[in-house]
Design a protein around this ligand. Structure first.
Ligand code: SF4
Length: 765
């Protein structure tokens, strides 16, 4: 969701001001600025805490739901694991009560080890690694002070990040272009590291220090980038490349993902190790002190930083650009390039980019060469299926396995919706909304991802296909409206009003004092407003506001979930959904989920990463008047479960039980485990009625985890529960194996489950 125009949402936190490499293209140590020399090497806990307090205060004042903090240097890993752990804990504890916090760390990777990887997975930090290509390309600049190559060390770090248990912390690769490197060799070397994302950066330069242009070529950087672009398109865009994705998005009126191109308002501030507030770090390439504001975290609020001319100018779009840029045919995509690259002594930043010719050539060529490749996959290449089956059969399964499953599941849901609606004769306003959603998917795919990952998307799609959904296409219109708000794409969309309310899935609900059947959602210049005849407009925002109630969030900082008491599609389980939660009930749920998380941490911590990646939404169920515990997972729900209120230890069991259903449901989207033509049933211990093979496998997997938890609890009742669940698993495995309906994957999975149970016996109770 777009923040208020004047808010700062992205923070570069310098945690260490020195580096263990001496790259000769570094803008911090080698270009014009020398301020690093006077900074303390490491940020102190006190300064870091003050910065966190400022961020929290700013988030509260501006109703920000989410902020992004990039830990940066120098080399941030020089801070060491212990101090990084303390800093991350403090950041989360201080900022989280005010807003969600996305954490990123940009590193050269040299010091990355298992302990740090574990820390980053635990805190949800995405680690970006700098790599300029293959060994020859990387060694051209990225060397140690003594001239030695850093390439092998970087590859070692990337190997660590690719390990299943650490993959959730792999943020991507940052590659600085050098014309001396072959573009295709660089592209292939980067792909080899299986990154979730690639950033290609033009080397920092200004009109005072222009980039090398061998042989006087007019636009050699465009030629280099176009070589990569053409190959990337021909490959079917196998991984997001931020520069290309941003230019494609901006071409269709969508947002850019980088300050390097586009006209989006940028709300970014830097905090130096001494607590100085600074502007964009890249300005340091221009002149000594270029990024300074004269402000400090101790004495200046973020509203003051936001009002600083050097920070405010980044929100002024075309108005802040040179006359040449304002007249330029590619202005909307280029946006004058990175601000630092416009600098010239005398004229300041009132110039086109020093890469002007390259940017124009790149953009015009991309326009001339329409992308006919396959759409970008949401899923990174899946690991071998056998490895995935073995991983899941251990019970908890790794975070990487769960993430892979859910990425695949989101891709399936997207395809299902597109196929379902391809031929549909949608009425207005749904037809217009669907066109908007397709446009966002094509131009700002990241903003559409929450739609494909919406917990109830497939539930609605199937109900719509079956003709049983009461709201029909209205729900689709509201999904598209929510996507437009998230993308910040300029839009005007009519939305159906029901009983004076409009629910935007995943965002919240608006109450409009109107009897009109339609309201209009306007997304414009960072503001999202709902208007209906005769009613006061309602602003869609991150926090609560007049007429607007955002979705509820709950749970610990390591596992924040959407506590869904709004979405009509959530009422899809065999038990009824709970009514809208009172504030007190919402608080109780928050405490319950935190306590259950703590129980898991004490009893079965290996289930926590899987839960974190596998369950994003908890829909409270109505409590059983008879007192029996209730939980459920709908086969079509995405990373969402239903649970009725109970005590924390029981909630922990129910969460793990439903997590297993989420995982197995997603696995069954990827591959069959049994012959689908087999229609027989088998007896199972946990229910009186015989079950089809797939349902029996679901129960086996759920009770495997439940038994795993009970076996760790003391006392005779826990022992008895463990024995029951274990017996049910073994008996049901015998039954499904006896049908001979399991295929090779099913046999492998069941053998893995048996091995897990046998492992318990070997380990003792
Ligand atoms: S291509 Fe050149 S003139 Fe056009 S917007 Fe970019 S920098 Fe400015």
């Amino acid at each position: 969701m777009s923040a208020q125009a004047a808010a700062i949402t992205e923070f570069v936190l310098k945690v260490h001001s020195r580096c263990d490499l001496r790259c000769d293209h570094c803008y911090i140590y080698v270009h014009r600025d020398r301020t690093w020399k006077d900074r303390p090497r490491a940020i102190s806990p006190g300064i870091a805490h003050l910065a966190a307090q400022r961020i929290a205060e700013h988030a509260r004042d501006h109703g920000l739901h989410r902020v992004r903090v990039i830990l940066h240097g120098g080399e941030p890993l020089l801070l060491g694991a212990e101090r990084l752990r303390a800093l991350l804990s403090d950041l989360r504890a201080t900022v989280r009560p005010a807003a969600e916090i996305d954490l990123v760390l940009q590193s050269n990777g040299i010091l990355l080890d298992e302990e740090l990887c574990r820390l980053f997975v635990e805190h949800g930090v995405l680690v970006g690694i700098s790599l300029d290509g293959d060994a020859a390309a990387n060694d051209r600049h990225r060397r140690f002070r003594n001239g030695a190559s850093s390439h092998a060390e970087v590859l070692r770090a990337l190997e660590l990040l690719r390990r299943p248990e650490f993959r959730p912390a792999y943020g991507g690769l940052l590659c600085t272009i050098d014309l001396a490197n072959d573009p295709i060799a660089v592209y292939e070397a980067l792909l080899e590291q299986r990154p979730p994302r690639i950033d290609l950066l033009l080397p920092h330069a200004t009109w005072d220090d222009p980039p090398p242009r061998p042989g006087g070529a007019a636009a050699p950087y465009a030629a280099w980038l176009l070589a990569v672009y053409r190959r990337w398109v021909a490959d079917g865009r196998p991984v997001p490349i931020r520069l290309f994705d941003s230019l494609r998005s901006a071409a269709a009126g969508g947002p850019s993902q980088t300050e390097a191109v586009g006209l989006d308002a940028i709300g970014l501030a830097t905090i130096e190790t001494d607590g100085a507030w600074e502007q964009a770090d890249s300005l340091k390439t221009a002149f000594h002190g270029a990024a300074a504001t004269g402000f400090h975290v101790r004495t200046h609020s973020l509203d003051e930083v936001a009002a600083h001319p050097g920070v405010a100018v980044q929100r002024q779009g075309a108005a802040a650009l040179s006359a040449t840029c304002r007249d330029c045919e590619v202005l909307a995509q280029c946006g004058g390039g990175l601000r630092a690259h416009r600098y010239r002594t005398g004229g300041g930043f009132d110039n086109p980019s020093v890469y002007c010719a390259d940017l124009k050539e790149l953009i015009l060529s991309m326009r001339r060469e329409p992308d006919t490749g396959r759409p970008a996959p949401i899923v990174a290449p899946a690991p071998a299926l056998d490895a995935l089956l073995d991983d899941l059969a251990t019970g908890a399964g790794s975070a990487e396995a769960v993430r892979t499953l859910l990425d695949a599941r989101a891709a399936v849901d997207r395809t299902l919706l597109i196929d379902t609606l391809a031929e549909a004769d949608l009425p207005e306003p749904a037809a217009r909304a669907w066109a908007l959603l397709r446009r966002i998917d094509a131009t700002a795919p990241e903003a559409a991802v929450p739609v494909w990952r919406h917990p109830w998307l497939r539930v609605w799609t199937m109900r719509y296909l079956d003709g049983v959904d009461k709201s029909g296409p209205d729900y689709l219109a509201r999904l598209a409206g929510a996507a437009a708000v998230r993308a910040g794409v300029e839009a005007e969309l009519p939305l159906p009003v029901r009983d004076g309310r409009i629910h935007l899935p995943g965002l919240g609900i608006a109450t409009l004092a109107t009897t009109a059947a339609l309201a209009t959602l306007t997304v414009e210049a960072g503001r999202c407003t709902l208007r209906a005849p005769g009613a006061d407009p309602v602003e869609v925002r991150d926090g609560a506001g007049p007429g607007w109630r955002p979705v509820l969030r709950a749970g610990p900082e390591q596992w924040p979930v959407l506590l869904d008491d709004l979405d009509e599609q959530r009422d899809c389980h065999e038990w009824p959904a709970a009514d809208r939660l009172t504030p007190a009930a919402a608080l109780a749920w928050d405490a319950r989920l935190r306590d259950a998380w703590a129980v898991l941490g004490r009893e079965a911590p290996e289930y926590r990463p899987a839960l974190r990646w596998g369950v994003h939404t908890v829909a409270p169920l109505a409590v059983n008047p008879g007192g029996a515990r209730r939980s459920a997972t709908h086969r079509d729900a995405f990373a969402a479960i239903g649970v009725a209120a109970t005590d924390a230890p029981a909630t922990a069991i129910l969460l793990v039980h439903e997590l297993q259903h989420v995982k197995l449901g997603a696995l069954l989207d990827l591959c069959d485990l049994a012959d689908p033509a087999y229609l027989g049933t088998v007896p199972v211990g946990w229910r009186p009625d015989p079950r089809p093979v797939e349902a029996a496998l679901q129960g086996i997997y759920a009770h495997l985890a439940v038994a795993d938890l009970w076996r760790r609890r003391p006392g005779a009742p826990a022992r008895a529960s463990f024995e029951d669940s274990r017996r049910w698993v073994l008996e049901a495995i015998d039954a499904v194996t006896g049908t001979r309906a399991l295929n090779g994957e099913g046999q492998r999975f069941v053998a893995g489950v048996l091995a897990t149970v046998d492992g318990w016996a070997a380990a003792g109770p």
